[in-house]
Write a protein that binds this ligand. Structure first.
Ligand code: FES
Length: 244
């Protein structure tokens, strides 16, 4: 199909309008189109950490969340071979941490789990790492399970850009990179973090969770239990996690 004219690009054959400065992800989401992602959030700056949003732009692979939209671009999103790459990324993420969905408070509300279902992931494919990472339960209202962190940096950016506290950072390199808490002891309870922070609610998986609020919404009635992630209006889906 020939590219649409004007301030539109083609997304899997659909003409998507965009505004100046918008990324492919932002424009597609505003148009109600689902581009798989883990580290993107409409209220936060770009990261490009997870690479789940890779799309083909005029034949070249690019991250939709960091690539500016331009008139006439031909973008391919849900192509089977691109979804296969996404599935492999997800499989690597699942084995790198400890993601035991049936016992996780975030099940049914987890972006990693929902995206795994969407990509047709049926098993880990790779050997499990089974890391042994300490849980930080030092804060009175919030706890961190580092075994579930996917290093998307959403909490890092939320704490910096919205909360203006810089409670979180990613430290280390490669396989040793990990989430850090900025406090004298490295413990959350020793930081300026508050349960009212946006960083307290932005975690897409079950790594940062409130205390004393387990399974308030029953399993089976949560947002990704009700509809596949690709079927939910994208703006609503992200707004669920927006700053309060
Ligand atoms: Fe684009 Fe993570 S959503 S790299």
């Amino acid at each position: 199909m020939s590219p649409p004219a004007g301030n539109h690009f083609s997304l899997d054959g659909l003409a998507v309008p965009f505004e100046g400065g918008e990324t492919l992800m932002a424009a597609a989401t505003r148009a109600g189109q689902y581009v798989p992602h883990l580290c993107w959030h409409p209220t936060l700056g770009q990261s490009g950490a997870c690479r789940l949003c890779i799309v083909s732009v005029d034949g070249r692979m690019a991250a939709a969340c960091t690539t500016p939209a331009a008139a006439g671009q031909v973008v391919e999103n849900r192509r089977p071979d691109i979804d296969a790459r996404r599935r492999m990324l997800l499989q690597m993420l699942f084995v790198e941490g400890n993601h035991f969905c049936p016992s996780c408070e975030k099940s049914g509300d987890c972006l990693l789990q929902a995206t795994g279902y969407e990509m047709g992931m049926t098993g880990p494919q790779f050997e499990e790492f089974y890391p042994k990472r300490a849980v930080d339960a030092s804060h009175p209202d919030t706890w961190i399970d580092f075994n579930r962190c996917i290093q998307c940096k959403l909490c890092v950016r939320a704490s910096h850009e919205i909360d203006h506290k810089d409670v979180f950072a990613i430290g280390g390199h490669g396989i040793d990179s990990h989430l850090l808490v900025n406090s004298p002891s490295g413990q959350l309870g020793d930081s300026v973090f508050s349960a009212d922070d946006f960083a307290a609610t932005v975690c897409p998986v079950g790594a940062i969770l409130p205390k004393r609020r387990g399974f308030v919404v029953p399993i089976g009635e949560r947002r990704f239990d009700r509809a596949a992630i690709s079927e939910m209006p994208a703006t609503r889906k992200e707004a669920d996690d927006g700053p309060r």
